[in-house]
Design a protein around this ligand. Structure first.
Ligand SMILES: Nc1nc2c(c(=O)[nH]1)N[C@H]1C(S)=C(S)[C@@H](COP(=O)(O)OP(=O)(O)OC[C@H]3O[C@@H](n4cnc5c(=O)[nH]c(N)nc54)[C@H](O)[C@@H]3O)O[C@H]1N2
Ligand SMILES: Nc1nc2c(c(=O)[nH]1)N[C@H]1C(S)=C(S)[C@@H](COP(=O)(O)OP(=O)(O)OC[C@H]3O[C@@H](n4cnc5c(=O)[nH]c(N)nc54)[C@H](O)[C@@H]3O)O[C@H]1N2
Ligand SMILES: [Mo]
Length: 784
C-alpha cells in the first residue's frame, strides 16, 4: 500500500459482469446455501415454467432457452433460499433491544424466519405464537381501532398480483384506502407524472422495441447493478452501432462496458462491449436543464433545416394531431437561457447540443430512466420533460421508440395495477362493488410520507406490512423510528428479520411467509402466482424449492386469515379464493376487464402484455391528447442560497438489494469491506482543503430543511471519485439521516433522496474519531 492508499478503497479495472460477477455469485452462494440447491434454483429462474426472479422488473426475452444469468438475481435467490434459519431459539437468546444494535446485514444474515412470533414486553423478546392466536389478536386489535383510517397497510413490491389483490380487498373491506407502498418512494413521480402527460403511468415500450431503436438515452439508472439482465439488451443495441447517450453524475461501470456471461468468447478473451457512446456527468438535479437544452437544440435544428428547405426536425403531424400545449412549451424553452442551462446542468452548451443532434438524427428513440430522475423535489417535472422531449419527434406509440421507466421491485408495477393505491380510481372501486358487493371507502388514503406523518402525530395507530422494511427505506429515521415505536399494533409479513420489526409497538407480530422460490401448496394443490414487469408483461411464477419451514404460510393465505379474523361479516369468500389462486385471478379479471382470460393467457410461456393505451397512441388524459407540460425554471430547490453547498445523492452499492445488505463489496466503484464513505469530486475536496481518505462530516444546509442540527453524518471517509462537480454521493439507507421527511416532490410525494443540499467539512478531532469509528455502533449510524 502506498501512502495515499485508503483502506477498502481502490479502483475497479474490469468491465461490468464477466468473471468478477461469476466469482461474486459463487461467494454469495457459498455463504448462504448448498450449491446443489442453488443450481436447481437458478435453473428454473425466469424460465417459462419456473419462478420469476425476485431481483428486478426487467422483462425476460420471449423465448428463454438457456437461463438468463445475472449476478444480482442469483444473489437475491441465494439470499432467499439460504440454509440459515432465524428460529424461536434465536429470539429466545436475544432481546429486541440487543438485536437493534446489530447491523442491517447481520439481522437478515440470520436467515429465514421460521415461526409466527409475538413481541413480549416483559422480557423484551419475540416469542413463538400459533397462527390462530396471532391472527385472532391482530383481528381484535384492528377491530378495536376507533376508525379504519387509523390503520396503514404497507406493501413492498415483491408481493404477487394475487397477494396484492387480496390485500387491497381486505383493507378496503375493513374500511381504508391507506396504502403506503414502496412505489411511493420509487417511481411515484412516474405514476403521477406520466398520466398527466400521456394518459398512463407506465412505460410504453416492449423489449422488442430495443431491436428497432436508432438511439438510446439512459438517464439516472445503473443497470450493471440494478437491472443486470438489461446489459444483454444494451450490448445488443451497442453492437448494432446505435448511439447510447448516458446522463449520470457518477461514472457507472455497467453503463461503460459489459462482458456478457452468456457470451463465451468475451469471457475467455476478457474483451467487452462498450455500452455508452457518450457519457455525460450531469450535476445532480441537473436533468431538467439537460432536457430543456436538448429540446432547445431541436428547435434550433428545425428552424435551420426549414430555412434551408430541408425536412422538419419536429414531428409536426404528431404534434398537431396528438398533442396539446406546444405553444406554452415553446415559450418556456425560449425563455430559458443557455447560461442558465449550463449552470444548472454542469455541462457545456456544445455537449448538450451534441446529444440533441444525436436525438434529432435518430428515427426512433427510447429513453430509459430510473431513480436519478424520480427521487427529486422536481421528480414529476423531470419525468414530464422526458415525455415532452419524446413527443417533439413523435417518439411515443410507435415501433422502436418510447418511454421506459425502469421499475424497481419485481412486481411493483403489478401491485399497482391490481389495486395497491391510496388514490383508487372509480373503475377499481366500482369493480369491487360489482364483484364483491360491499362499498369500499372513496376518500383518498395515505401514501408513504403521509402514513409516517399520521403515525408520528398519533392519527394512525396500526401498521400492517406486506413485506419490505418501511422504517429503514423511508427518509428521516430520526422521525420515522420514533413514530413507529408509538404504534399500538405492528404486523410484519416477512421472510427475513429486519430493523422495522424491532421498532416494537404495544403489540408486534412477525408472520413468516413463503418466498417466490418456494413450493406453495393449497387445498386444491400446487399454486402459481403472477407478476407484471416494467414492460407490462404479465406472467406466471411457480416456486420449486421446499419451504424454509413447515410453519410458513403463503402471503395470500396469511392475508385471508387476517381478513377472516378481522371481518366477521365479510362478503368475500376468502377460504375459497385461497384454495385455488386461479379463483383469485378470476376475481382480478372480474374487477379489471384488462385481465380478460387471465388464467388462460398465463398458460402461454412468457404470458401476455396488458394493454397500454399510450403505446397505441390512445391518450387517456382529460384533453384526449398527449400533453406538453411546462416545468417553470430549472432550480430544484430555490431555498438553497449557500454557495458552499454540495448536493448529496444517495446510491445503492453493488452488494445490496434496497435495505438488504448482502455484503460490503461495491465492486464496480472499488469499495470493499465498508460503507462509511462519501464520493466526492477531487476539485470539490481540494477547494475545501480536503483530500482523498480524509475523515469528513456531512451536514444538511441549515436554510433548506427542518431540524438541520440533527442532520449530520460524522466520520465518513472521503473518496475522490469520478463524480460531477458539486455533487456528492453516500449509500442508501444510511444516508437517510440526512433526508428530512418534508423533503419530497410535492406533486407525487416521492422523497427527494437524490438532492439534499449539504456541507462537507473535515471531522474535528481527527485521530480520536478515527478510533471511535472503528468501534462504531448502529446507534451512531442512525443517530438514535
Ligand atoms: N441488485 C439490486 N437490484 C435492484 C435494487 C437493488 O437495490 N439492488 N433495487 C431495485 C429497486 S426497488 C429499484 S427502484 C431499482 C433502482 O435502480 P436505479 O434506478 O438504477 O437506482 P440507483 O442505483 O439507486 O440510482 C441510479 C443512478 O442514478 C444516478 N443518479 C443519482 N442522482 C442523479 C441525478 O440527479 N441525475 C441523474 N441523471 N442520475 C442520478 C446514480 O449515480 C445511479 O447511477 O433497482 C431494482 N433492482
Ligand atoms: N435514501 C434512499 N432511500 C430509498 C431509496 C433510495 O434510492 N435512497 N430507494 C427507495 C426505493 S426505490 C424503494 S423501492 C424502497 C424499498 O423499500 P422496501 O421495499 O420496503 O424495502 P426492501 O429493502 O426491499 O425490503 C426488504 C425486506 O423485505 C422482506 N421480504 C423479502 N422478500 C419477501 C417476500 O417474498 N415476501 C415478504 N412478505 N417479504 C419479503 C424481507 O423481510 C426484507 O427484510 O426504499 C426507498 N428508499
Ligand atoms: Mo424501488
Amino acid at each position: 500500500m502506498s501512502e495515499d492508499d485508503v483502506a477498502g478503497v481502490g479502483e475497479y479495472e474490469g468491465a461490468a459482469a464477466g468473471w468478477g460477477a461469476l466469482k461474486a455469485v459463487a461467494d454469495a452462494v457459498r455463504g448462504q446455501m448448498a450449491v446443489v440447491k442453488e443450481t436447481r434454483g437458478l435453473l428454473s429462474m425466469n424460465q417459462p415454467h419456473g419462478f420469476d426472479c425476485p431481483g428486478c422488473a426487467w422483462p425476460d426475452p420471449k423465448h428463454t432457452s438457456s437461463f438468463e444469468f445475472c449476478e444480482n438475481g442469483a444473489k437475491a435467490v441465494a439470499w432467499e433460499a439460504t440454509a440459515k434459519r432465524t428460529t424461536p431459539e434465536f429470539f429466545a437468546t436475544h432481546t429486541a433491544s440487543e438485536l437493534w444494535k446489530w447491523s442491517d446485514f447481520d439481522l437478515e444474515n440470520e436467515g429465514r424466519l421460521t415461526h409466527p412470533m409475538v413481541y413480549d414486553q416483559a422480557t423484551d423478546r419475540y416469542l413463538p405464537i400459533s397462527w390462530d392466536e396471532a391472527l385472532a389478536k391482530i383481528g381484535a386489535a384492528l377491530r378495536e381501532l376507533p376508525h379504519p383510517d387509523m390503520a396503514e397497510f404497507y406493501t413492498s413490491g415483491r408481493a404477487s398480483n394475487e397477494a396484492a389483490f387480496l390485500y387491497q380487498l381486505f383493507a378496503r373491506e375493513y374500511g381504508t384506502n391507506n396504502f403506503p407502498d414502496c412505489s411511493n418512494m420509487c417511481h411515484e413521480a412516474t405514476s403521477v407524472g406520466l398520466p398527466e402527460s400521456i394518459g398512463v403511468g407506465k412505460g410504453t415500450v416492449t423489449l422488442e422495441d430495443f431491436d428497432h431503436c436508432d438511439a438510446l438515452f439512459c438517464i439516472g439508472h445503473n443497470p450493471g447493478t440494478n437491472h443486470p439482465r438489461m446489459l444483454t439488451t444494451l450490448r445488443e443495441v451497442s453492437k448494432r452501432g446505435v448511439p447510447i447517450i448516458v446522463f449520470n453524475p457518477l461514472r457507472e461501470r455497467g453503463l461503460e462496458r459489459f462482458t456478457s456471461p452468456q457470451h463465451p468468447v468475451e469471457m475467455l478473451t476478457l474483451s467487452s462491449t462498450p455500452i455508452a457512446s457518450t457519457y455525460y456527468l450531469v450535476k445532480v438535479g441537473g436533468d431538467i436543464a439537460v432536457l430543456k437544452g436538448i429540446m432547445k437544440t431541436l428547435l434550433a435544428l428545425d428552424e435551420k433545416s426549414r430555412s434551408e428547405g430541408g425536412p422538419d426536425v419536429l414531428d409536426r403531424d404528431f404534434i398537431r394531431n396528438h398533442t396539446t400545449g406546444i405553444d406554452e412549451l415553446l415559450v418556456d424553452l425560449q425563455m430559458t437561457s443557455w447560461d442558465a442551462i449550463e449552470e444548472a446542468s454542469g455541462l457545456s452548451r456544445s455537449d448538450i447540443e451534441f446529444a440533441g443532434n444525436v436525438y434529432a438524427k435518430a428515427g426512433r428513440v427510447i429513453i430509459n430512466y430510473g431513480m436519478g430522475i424520480t427521487q427529486h423535489r422536481h421528480g414529476t417535472g423531470n419525468v414530464q420533460q422526458i415525455a415532452n422531449l419524446l413527443m417533439l419527434r413523435g417518439n411515443i406509440g410507435r415501433k422502436g421508440a418510447g418511454i421506459s421507466p425502469l421499475r424497481g421491485h419485481s412486481n411493483v408495477q403489478g401491485d399497482r395495477t391490481v389495486g395497491i393505491t391510496e388514490a383508487p380510481s372509480d373503475e377499481l372501486l366500482d369493480g369491487i362493488v360489482r364483484v364483491f358487493g360491499f362499498e369500499p371507502p372513496r376518500n383518498k388514503g395515505h401514501n408513504a410520507i403521509e402514513s409516517i406523518e399520521a403515525i408520528r402525530d398519533g392519527r394512525s395507530k396500526a401498521l400492517v406490512c406486506l413485506g419490505g422494511n418501511l422504517a429503514v427505506a423511508m427518509s428521516d429515521p430520526q422521525t420515522t423510528f420514533k413514530a413507529m415505536r408509538n404504534l399500538d399494533l405492528a404486523v410484519h409479513i416477512a421472510t427475513k428479520l429486519n430493523r422495522s420489526h424491532l421498532l416494537v409497538a404495544k403489540q408486534s407480530f412477525i408472520l413468516p411467509c413463503l418466498g417466490r422460490t418456494e413450493i406453495d401448496i393449497q387445498a386444491t394443490g400446487r399454486q402459481s402466482v403472477t407478476v407484471e414487469d416494467s414492460m407490462s408483461m404479465v406472467h406466471a411464477s411457480r416456486g420449486g424449492l421446499k419451504p424454509a419451514s413447515e410453519h410458513l404460510r403463503s402471503e395470500p393465505e396469511i392475508i385471508a386469515g387476517m381478513a377472516l379474523a378481522t371481518l366477521p361479516n365479510t362478503r368475500v369468500g376468502w377460504t375459497d379464493l385461497v384454495s385455488d389462486y386461479g379463483k383469485i385471478r378470476d376475481s382480478i379479471e372480474a374487477v379489471f376487464p384488462a385481465f380478460a382470460d387471465f388464467n388462460a393467457r398465463i398458460k402461454k410461456p412468457g404470458g401476455f402484455r396488458l394493454y397500454v393505451a399510450a403505446s397505441e397512441r390512445e391518450w387517456l388524459t382529460p384533453t384526449g391528447k398527449a400533453n406538453f407540460l411546462v416545468y417553470p425554471g430549472l432550480d430544484e430547490d430555490p431555498r438553497v442560497a449557500n454557495r458552499e453547498a454540495l448536493t448529496l445523492t444517495t446510491i445503492r452499492s453493488h452488494d445490496q438489494y434496497n435495505t438488504t445488505i448482502y455484503g460490503l463489496n461495491d465492486r464496480y466503484r472499488g469499495i470493499t469491506g465498508r460503507r462509511d464513505v462519501v464520493f466526492v469530486n477531487e476539485r470539490d475536496l481540494a477547494s475545501r482543503g480536503l483530500k482523498h481518505g480524509d475523515l469528513v462530516d456531512v451536514s444538511v444546509v441549515p436554510d433548506a430543511v427542518s431540524k438541520p442540527d440533527k442532520r449530520v453524518m460524522r466520520n465518513l471517509t472521503a473518496v475522490a471519485h469520478n463524480i460531477a462537480q458539486g455533487a456528492i454521493a453516500a449509500y442508501y439507507p444510511e444516508a437517510n439521516v440526512l433526508v428530512a421527511l418534508d423533503h419530497y416532490d410535492t406533486k407525487s410525494g416521492t422523497p427527494s433522496y437524490r438532492s439534499t443540499p449539504v456541507l462537507l467539512r473535515a471531522s474535528p478531532n481527527h485521530e480520536v474519531l478515527r478510533r471511535l469509528v472503528e468501534t462504531a455502533k448502529v446507534e451512531e449510524v442512525y443517530g438514535t
